[in-house]
Design a protein around this ligand. Sequence first.
Ligand SMILES: [Zn+2]
Length: 154
Amino acid sequence: MRCPFCGNIDTQVKDSRPAEDHVSIRRRRFCPACGGRFTTYERVQLRDLVVIKKNGRREAFDRDKLERSIRIALQKRPIEPDRVEQMVSGIVRRLESLGETDVPSDTIGQIVMETLARIDTVAYVRFASVYKNFQAADDFEDFVSELRPSAADD
Ligand SMILES: [Zn+2]
C-alpha cells in the first residue's frame, strides 16, 4: 500500500482488527520512509458499480475518490475519522442497494449531499456549492481538485 504522504510503496502494517461495523478490517499502517501513519480498510465488494457521467462516459466507481471528496468537505470539521468511514460505507451500501450496476454521477452527488446535510451543515454547504458549479464539467476528478485547489497527495 502506497504511503499517502510521500508515495513510498513499502509501508508496514502495525495492527489489524475488525472495524466497528464488523464488515471491514481496519489496518494501521506505518511508512518507514517518512514516519507517516495512516489507516486502511479492507472490505468485501458486493457489486462492481459503474459511474455514468453526464457526457455518457462510463468509469469504474472509485470508493477512495468518494471518500477523498467527503474528507475534503469535512476538513477541519469536528467529525471522527471512523464516522467518515461509516458515512462512506453507508453511501456505498445505498448505491449498491439501488439494484443497478450503472449509477449516474448525479445520483452519487445527491446521495453525498443528503448524507452530509445530516452530519455537518458546514461540510454540506461546502460540498453543495462546489458540486452545483460542477454540473456542467461533470468530472469527479476535477470536482475533487476544485474542492481543494492544491490537490497534491495523489
Ligand atoms: Zn511516507
